[in-house]
Design a protein around this ligand. Structure first.
Ligand SMILES: [Zn+2]
Length: 460
């Protein structure tokens, strides 16, 4: 090896099969050229992160940059991602004013992210509720990594319910692309009925958000989407299960020959119904927080290998739309999660005495694999993009005032939470874009990441 590397980064590498203490990542151009331990090889620049943990840059498989303010939201959300060690965002299609329902809109969104993004971004596509399954093949051709549908209507245009007949037609098209379709899983009729009853009885305080979206609402939807998946051959994925039961249903459908899976969001691994009582609107998300017992069942499901990966469901609403004034139903559903993702997961693993390799697997490698972004994204491996998330151990407190997004999005369900680590640096394609204090990347340095291949995802 005569030619020195462009950059060598020193630290303890968190790899899928263990932690390599005193390791290094050698970078050439934008990719990992070598990894090892001990005496580092010659390089033009050395970045000394010794004593810190170097994880693969996180891949958030489920986030919403543009639900509340449209595509300009890409800028702040990816700024926050850079500070949070998230180097690849997989962005949902439910944007205002127009959701990503055809290849023309898709390409326009790619242009926006090439102007605004601070980290790399992959994109979901979707269809209109009045049809549009013919857009599926062109969306896949344009580089969509996955599709997203919903059984629950949050908004008739932006976030519509797709009825079973259209879902069947669209899933059959999706099956031909080998892409995954993630589905928001709440039964429309049940939620609408329970919400109307609660409002009529004057029950509009925060806990009624949970009461009107009970586990049955999720499980009815899970059964419907997986049955349509079984019939059509599409890979159907629960966009977020707040319940271990969701993973069990996915597993039972796999045993019947379906291609079925599901992810959990980080808050379902630590938040409970008591937290929405405490946080009010700032703890409102769909599906809602469950019980402390359910949180334990979620961890058991993760450790049993039943959960595909963990995501944020980052969905920033303006603070004004989260302030409770007597009616929980009037508020926006969604939490911020970019800057809390890495430190909270790290802290939960440390508190529970679980291996840190779980973070490398379920917050990077597996979301990259499910969205067909491997081997480019999700791993510290020769040939992969040199995307890294560096964690420094210590005692910290999550402070929402330090969220780097627009002021109106600086709120967090984790505000005040004690943390065992912080993101001390982030590297995107070999370059340091966060130094623990400031984001060094400029808007537009992030790139669109198309799906890397059209092979179906191997399921357990
Ligand atoms: Zn979501």
């Amino acid at each position: 090896m005569s030619q020195p590397y462009d950059r060598v980064i020193l630290g303890d590498l968190v790899l899928p099969d263990g932690v390599m203490k005193g390791g290094y990542v050698a970078v050439r151009g934008e990719t990992v050229a070598a990894i090892g331990r001990g005496e580092p090889p010659p390089a033009v620049e050395t970045e000394d992160q010794s004593g810190r943990l170097i994880f693969p840059g996180l891949v958030d498989g489920h986030m919403h940059t543009a639900s509340s303010i449209g595509w300009p939201g890409i800028e702040g959300a990816t700024l926050s991602a850079a500070a949070g060690g998230v180097t690849t965002c997989v962005d949902m299609p439910y944007d205002i004013p127009l959701p990503v329902t055809d290849a023309t809109i898709f390409r326009e969104k790619v242009e926006w992210l090439h102007r605004l993004a601070h980290v790399d971004v992959a994109l979901y596509g979707t269809i209109r509720k009045d049809g549009g399954a013919e857009a599926i093949a062109p969306l896949a051709e344009a580089g969509a990594c996955s599709f997203k549908f919903s059984t629950y209507e949050y908004d008739a245009v932006r976030f519509p319910r797709i009825e079973p007949g259209l879902m069947r037609e669209a899933f059959a098209e999706i099956a031909r692309t080998n892409l995954m379709v993630a589905v928001h899983n709440e039964d429309q009729e049940l939620v609408v009925k329970l919400t109307a009853e609660a409002k009529a009885a004057g029950h509009t305080d925060p806990i009624w958000h949970c009461r009107t979206r009970p586990p049955l609402a999720e499980n009815l939807a899970n059964l419907a989407i997986f049955e349509i998946g079984l019939e059509t051959g599409a890979h159907v994925h629960i966009a977020h299960s707040s319940l271990a039961r969701g993973f069990d249903i996915a597993e039972s459908f796999r045993r019947s020959g379906a291609r079925s899976s599901g992810e959990g969001c980080l808050h379902y691994f630590c938040m409970t119904e008591e937290d929405i009582v405490r946080l009010e609107g700032f703890g409102k998300c769909n599906p809602p927080f469950r019980t402390a017992e359910e949180v334990e069942r979620m961890w058991a499901a993760l450790l049993a290998g039943k959960c595909a990966y963990i995501s944020t469901d980052h969905a920033p609403w303006q603070r004004e739309r989260k302030i409770y004034k007597g009616d929980i139903f009037a508020l926006g559903a969604g939490l911020t999660g970019m800057q809390s993702f890495a430190p909270v997961m790290f802290t939960l693993l440390e508190e529970r005495g679980l291996p840190l390799t779980l973070m490398a697997k379920y917050l990077a490698a597996e979301p990259a694999r499910y969205h067909g972004l491997d081997p480019k994204k999700g791993s510290i491996a020769v040939g992969s993009d040199a995307d890294l998330c560096v964690i420094e151990r210590g005692s910290f407190t999550f402070d929402e005032a330090r969220i780097l997004d627009r002021p109106e999005f600086r709120h967090s369900a984790y505000h005040g939470r004690a943390l065992r680590g912080r993101v001390a640096a982030t590297y995107l394609r070999g370059r340091r874009i966060w130094d623990g204090e400031a984001v060094l990347a400029k808007p537009g340095e992030g790139r669109f990441v198309p799906r890397q291949h059209d092979r179906p995802v191997a399921l357990a």
